[in-house]
Design a protein around this ligand. Structure first.
Ligand SMILES: CC(C)(COP(=O)(O)OP(=O)(O)OC[C@H]1O[C@@H](n2cnc3c(N)ncnc32)[C@H](O)[C@@H]1OP(=O)(O)O)[C@@H](O)C(=O)NCCC(=O)NCCS
Length: 167
């Protein structure tokens, strides 16, 4: 079980919130986070209820970033590219939500998409996944054609629109 931080200020004031690219050494910590992650399968079937290892294997060719608080891996995002476009997904462990960490990760995914020269970054969430849809909206994503789809046309934006720095 991941330890509960008591309030929002705790994370915001922490000196050791790290946002960084995932490495192979993060695999066990990722599995630990996802084993206790709730709700499972709520984000278009992700994170999966079973075959977590297989799912993580399927993401190795994507850009993976993690958020580590006080040495504990509590957030993960992946940007998977195809034909100049990148699909993003963000996951913050329930004990660490509503503290700005999802915004930190999603902002970095936009920066990564730009570094990769992508024309578009997009994601999809259930229509009742208000936290994800509002998070996306707060970073400038707009509705796509599919229900629950959110996207940014990166060719329309200035380079520093989404820079959010980790402490
Ligand atoms: C969606 C998710 C990543 C958000 O992460 P988070 O760290 O809790 O989000 P943040 O604290 O960075 O919030 C950023 C913005 O998102 C919105 N938001 C976050 N939680 C919210 C909630 N419970 N209700 C409504 N809006 C919410 C707000 O607009 C917020 O901005 P504000 O704090 O200025 O109001 C997280 O809830 C999660 O992991 N959910 C389960 C997995 C999932 O659904 N992933 C989406 C896959 S595409």
């Amino acid at each position: 079980m991941i330890a509960l931080l008591q309030d929002k200020a705790t994370v915001e004031q922490a000196t050791c919130v790290k946002l960084r690219r995932a490495t192979p050494e993060d695999r066990e910590a990722l599995l630990t986070m996802y084993r206790s992650f709730e709700p499972k399968a709520a984000a278009m079937g992700l994170p999966p209820r079973k075959d977590l290892e297989k799912w993580l294997d399927s993401l190795v060719t994507c850009s993976n970033f993690v958020v580590v608080v006080e040495g504990l891996l509590v957030g993960h995002s992946a940007l998977c590219t195809e034909a100049g476009s990148g699909e993003v997904a963000v996951f913050i462990h329930q004990d660490y939500r509503s503290r700005g960490l999802g915004k930190l990760l999603l902002g970095e995914m936009v920066n990564e998409a730009r570094r990769l020269g992508l024309r578009r970054i997009w994601g999809i969430a259930e229509l009742d996944n208000l936290p994800m849809l509002r998070l996306a909206h707060s970073l400038g994503f707009t509705r796509g054609e599919e229900p629950g789809e959110f996207h940014i046309d990166l060719s329309q934006q200035t380079p520093h629109d989404h820079e959010i720095s980790a402490t």
